[in-house]
Design a protein around this ligand. Structure first.
Ligand SMILES: *Cc1c(COP(=O)(O)O)cnc(C)c1O
Length: 384
């Protein structure tokens, strides 16, 4: 007899029922056993509680999907191995060759380049509209992709108006709500069809995993899931566990991010070396009235400001001590980036102008540090 690893015996003592573990176990397995051919047939018919293969479904990932769906007030969710995996799947599930996508020009760079460089090759055309004109412009488009607040100028779009116009025009609405998060807005309640997240950012919240999410009605998510199983950008169970852990402090983190961001936005507005500050919570922001109406509990943790020129931005940025010089957002550490070197690198001057990006811009993801330390760091970096 060959020596073999007796998994039955390994599983025999697992606590369950009234004695179940408090946290969701990490089911680190690519595949699942079937007791019989009949069980496989039952699985294939759908709607069974059985699992077959972790690209299709995994218990830890399913638990995290339910948690994210609940946060957004949606019926179901699919998690992906990155935000771009989620965005790619959401777009591809809704368009075919010859279809048109409508979007505002201020889109996350990855999404903009996906539409410009990849989907265009498959005969999907993208039409761009000014953010205020998006609702009037969606007729004729199969899919409307938008963000609110946008990157990096934090423009706030009227989510309910866009969703209503899309519904009337027969256009599917897809919002990238990464910057807003379900703490400040719940787009499904405003009539949006699909909410997308780079859960890499605020939802996971610890800058340690790439995760993407799509949330919507059961029917819409089920139809997207058919494609997601083929595209294969599945989430790993370990990352799903860490996402679940991150979600336990989500509301607390967002409260602090939002408070500190408002504090720093006000502080920056008073500094001599700062030419302009973009934060939806400031009265000076072009969309402040809409943001006040639309965003609950705060305006999020992102602040953008301009120190005027590229040279000043480089000098300011190099002098920062506490704030990290790094891409991304939504973690405990304050991160700063220069849009012309990061999110908007490779854009032509015309594309930069259309996205509202100026060369002296600094984008800041306000972290969980003591806000007095952050103020001091910004002040010392501005003095030069
Ligand atoms: C980061 C980000 C993405 C892409 O997500 P990944 O997890 O990095 O693939 C999409 N949209 C926005 C607004 C983002 O910030």
């Amino acid at each position: 007899m060959h020596a073999h690893f007796d998994t039955e015996a390994v599983h025999a003592g697992e606590p369950h029922g009234d004695n179940a573990p408090l946290t969701v176990p990490i089911v680190q397995s690519t595949t699942f056993r079937f007791p019989s051919a009949a069980a496989v047939q039952e699985y294939l018919q759908g709607g069974s509680p059985l699992f077959m293969y972790s690209r299709d479904e995994n218990p830890t990932v399913r638990a995290a999907e339910r948690a994210v769906a609940g946060l957004e007030g949606g019926e179901d969710c699919i998690l992906f191995g990155s935000g771009m995996g989620a965005m790619t799947c959401a777009i591809m599930a809704n368009v075919s060759a010859g279809d048109e996508v409508i979007a505002p020009a201020a889109l996350y760079g990855g999404t903009y380049k996906l539409l410009r460089d990849v989907l265009a090759r498959f005969g999907v055309r993208t039409r761009y509209a000014a953010p205020e004109k998006l609702a009037q412009s969606c007729a004729g488009a199969k899919l409307c992709v938008f963000e609110s607040p946008t990157n990096p100028t934090l423009r706030v779009l009227d989510i309910a108006a866009i969703a209503a116009a899309c519904r009337k025009a027969g256009t599917v609405s897809l919002i990238d709500s990464t910057f807003g998060t379900p703490y400040t807005q719940r787009p499904l309640e405003s009539g949006v069809d699909v909410v997308m997240h780079s859960a890499t950012k605020y939802l996971n919240g610890h800058s340690d995993h790439l995760v993407g999410a799509l949330v919507g009605s059961r029917e819409r998510i089920e139809s997207i899931r058919v494609l997601s199983r083929k595209l294969g950008a599945a989430l790993d169970p370990q990352a799903a566990y860490d996402l679940l852990r991150g979600l336990k402090t989500f509301a607390l983190r967002m409260e602090r991010h939002s408070q500190s961001a408002l504090d720093l936005a006000r502080f920056l507005e008073q500094q001599k070396g700062v030419v302009r500050v973009w934060y939806p919570g400031l009265a000076s922001h072009p969309d402040h009235a809409l943001a006040t109406r639309q965003m609950q509990r705060g305006f999020g943790g992102m602040v953008t400001f301009s120190v005027g020129t590229r040279e000043r931005a480089f000098r300011f940025w190099d002098r920062l001590k506490l704030c990290a010089r790094a891409a991304s957002l939504g973690g405990p550490e304050t991160l700063t980036s220069l849009p012309i070197l990061f999110s908007h690198t490779g854009y032509s001057a015309e594309e930069l102008a259309r996205a509202g990006v100026d060369e002296g811009m600094v984008r800041m993801s306000v972290g969980l540090e003591d806000v007095r330390d952050l103020r001091a760091d910004l002040a010392q970096a501005l003095e030069s």
